[in-house]
Design a protein around this ligand. Structure first.
Ligand SMILES: CC(C)(COP(=O)(O)OP(=O)(O)OC[C@H]1O[C@@H](n2cnc3c(N)ncnc32)[C@H](O)[C@@H]1OP(=O)(O)O)[C@@H](O)C(=O)NCCC(=O)NCCS
Length: 204
């Protein structure tokens, strides 16, 4: 799969696949993680997502929980975006939330990362159209992401939500999960346990 990739891209790819191998190992499942177009193709029964970031750090979230239809993960630097890109990424409410911070660019990165994680989760469900930045609105309370997406993007009976973690060194890691409302564990009022596994590591 490394064929045709430049050295930087190869290191990113390897970092992502290493994180995925460790996440699968923790789930007791064998790899490899293949590709379907640009999307990662996890072994049957596993929903997973991969991200990598400058410095060749890889991250993966994977689950076998049947209540989870899709997951998305994104790792970004918090110093990458300039305020001038806000209108491309944020809804007016998100822009107001970011602007209220001591470092608005950092909050902008959190919103951007969350939307990339939303994109990956929705794209795993093969929606009929590509989600756009303004198709989702993210509300951040602590580590929890409340996510609203345009009505036609989420299949009926599904919900989406997520988490954001600020990581020392200037990174933000976001996860999203699409859950199936009618699934027994959710119908019976139990908070599903997702067994999310995130692995970050430097490629050697
Ligand atoms: C696909 C995309 C999300 C990748 O994000 P990125 O920040 O460039 O790169 P990341 O390191 O975070 O993620 C790369 C990994 O995402 C995964 N990926 C790529 N395309 C994907 C897709 N369509 N769905 C799910 N996962 C995908 C791959 O595993 C890839 O790593 P690999 O090629 O080594 O296997 C991004 O390039 C993109 O197209 N974003 C859409 C922009 C947009 O319109 N967003 C709207 C938000 S709702």
């Amino acid at each position: 799969m490394l064929h045709g990739m430049g050295p930087g891209r190869q290191a990113d790819f390897v970092a992502g696949r290493r994180a995925a191998a460790r996440a699968l190992d923790a789930l007791g499942r064998a790899g490899p993680v293949l590709r379907e177009g640009r999307r990662p193709l996890f072994p049957p029964g596993v929903r997973g997502s991969i991200s990598h970031c400058v410095g060749h750090i890889g991250a993966c979230v994977a689950t076998t929980n049947p209540a989870v239809a899709a997951v998305g993960i994104d790792l970004e630097r918090t110093d990458r975006l300039t305020w001038g890109t806000t209108h491309l990424i944020c809804t007016p409410r998100e822009a107001r939330w970011a602007a209220a911070a001591r470092r608005p660019e950092s909050r902008l990165s959190v919103v951007f990362s969350a939307k990339e994680a939303v994109y990956k989760a929705l794209s795993a469900l093969s929606p009929h159209r590509r989600p756009l930045f303004h198709d989702s609105e993210i509300k951040i309370s602590g580590k929890r992401l409340d996510i609203r997406v345009s009505g036609d993007l989420l299949p009926p009976g599904h919900d989406i939500f997520g988490w954001a973690l600020l990581i020392p060194g200037g990174y933000v890691l976001t996860f999203t999960a699409v859950t199936i409302r009618r699934h027994t564990s959710i119908r019976s009022g139990h908070q599903p346990s997702f067994h999310f596994l995130a692995e970050t590591q430097k490629a050697v």
